[in-house]
Ligand binder design. Structure first.
Ligand SMILES: *[C@@H]1O[C@H](CO)[C@@H](O)[C@H](O)[C@H]1NC(C)=O
Length: 346
């Protein structure tokens, strides 16, 4: 819109646009209701959802005088009848995917008119399966993998939702916009980057057909088998150093989680032989630094234990007590001496 050709102020332009919008909404509304109101037929129900091979029944009813009414459909059509006001479209085994029945009437006054019946024919999937794309065996922490969910022979795909789960957690979901009515196969993929917490996790996918209020309740769901994921990750200690006072009950514990389980090595000036245990008794060692390294195929992580002796602490405690006693004695002496010298002055 150019300012020069349409000299409206901002506020009047807004009002004008509001009027246009209102007019448009009114037009749509009258078109919709007008078309429905014109044909004196009521369908009950107005929409049907039926399983492929299932049965269906819909009444077409009128309250006006007519020269004939009937159902037109590729299955279960009802020939034109004159003496009834209610006719039923009935199919005991609906096998057509794309069926478009309609009820028609020739009113005494007026032209022939029709009301279409929307029919949704559905089929739950034959199978839902999960797999990893181009990969076998354990996954490695931090790397990306692709999971695939295959949904076989489902219709109509526009009502399908494929959901991804890890345990009970919903990870992602996909819907489809295709309007094809016959069964299709659908493959959905999901990228994952597992970490150590995902070792042993179960991934699975689920196909849900949500066919609306007229459809089966609750909506039919088909789940895949769970995919068990094993994740390899390297050892990682919570802290890289730990100070320990030698005691009968205290251990140097280097145990750390890793997959595959790690091997342990210890190094120190005092250790003569090789140790492969993850735990050492502090009481069997002399004070010093002990470095433990946990290693698996993905890497290694070290931790330093600073081992201190109880004797040394006792020694320092004695020294400290000695110093305190000496200070107290010196003070006592000084006070005594000060008092004494004052007395001697008087
Ligand atoms: C779906 O997959 C199955 C098995 O792989 C196959 O037999 C069938 O033809 C496929 N259907 C469609 C619509 O592609």
């Amino acid at each position: 819109m150019q300012k020069g050709t349409f000299p409206l102020t901002t506020s009047s332009r807004v009002t004008y646009m509001r009027l246009m919008l209102l007019g448009f909404i009114f037009l749509c509304f009258s078109l919709l209701t007008g078309a429905e109101a014109e044909c004196p037929l009521q369908l009950d129900p107005q929409r049907v959802v039926v399983r492929h091979g299932g049965s269906v029944e819909v009444n077409c009813n009128t309250s006006v005088a007519h020269k004939g009414m009937g159902w037109e459909a590729s299955e279960g059509g009802v020939p034109m009848t004159r003496n009834q006001n209610l006719i039923t479209w009935r199919v005991s085994e609906l096998t057509e995917w794309d069926i478009n029945p309609f009820c028609y009437i020739n009113p005494v006054d007026g032209n022939q008119c029709v009301v279409k019946l929307p029919v949704t024919v559905y089929k739950t999937p034959d199978s839902v399966s999960i797999s990893t794309v181009n990969h076998r065996g354990p996954m490695i922490e931090g790397q990306q993998y692709e999971l695939q969910c295959d949904v076989h022979d489902v219709a109509p795909v526009q009502y399908l939702t494929v959901k991804w789960y890890k345990g009970q957690t919903l990870l992602h979901q996909t819907t489809f916009t295709d309007t094809i009515e016959t069964p299709v196969n659908k493959t959905v993929t999901l990228l994952i980057r597992p970490d150590r917490a995902d070792d042993g996790a179960q991934y699975w996918c689920e196909a849900e057909l949500d066919l609306g209020a007229e459809g089966p309740q609750p909506p039919p769901k088909n789940s895949s088998e769970p995919l068990n994921v094993e994740v390899y990750y390297k050892p990682r200690h919570f802290s890289s150093t730990e100070t320990i006072i030698i005691d009968n009950k205290v251990m140097l514990d280097c145990t750390v989680k890793a997959n595959p389980a790690p091997d342990y090595t210890w190094s120190s000036d005092d250790l003569k032989e090789e140790i492969s245990s993850s735990v050492l008794k502090s009481s069997e060692l002399s004070p010093g630094n002990y470095t433990c390294t946990a290693t698996n195929i993905l890497g290694s992580d070290s931790k330093v234990f600073i081992l201190k002796s109880t004797e040394r602490t006792t020694f320092w405690a004695i020294v400290l007590t000695g110093v305190v006693v000496a200070v107290v004695l010196i003070f006592a002496y000084l006070i005594f001496k000060f008092k004494f010298s004052k007395n001697s002055l008087i």
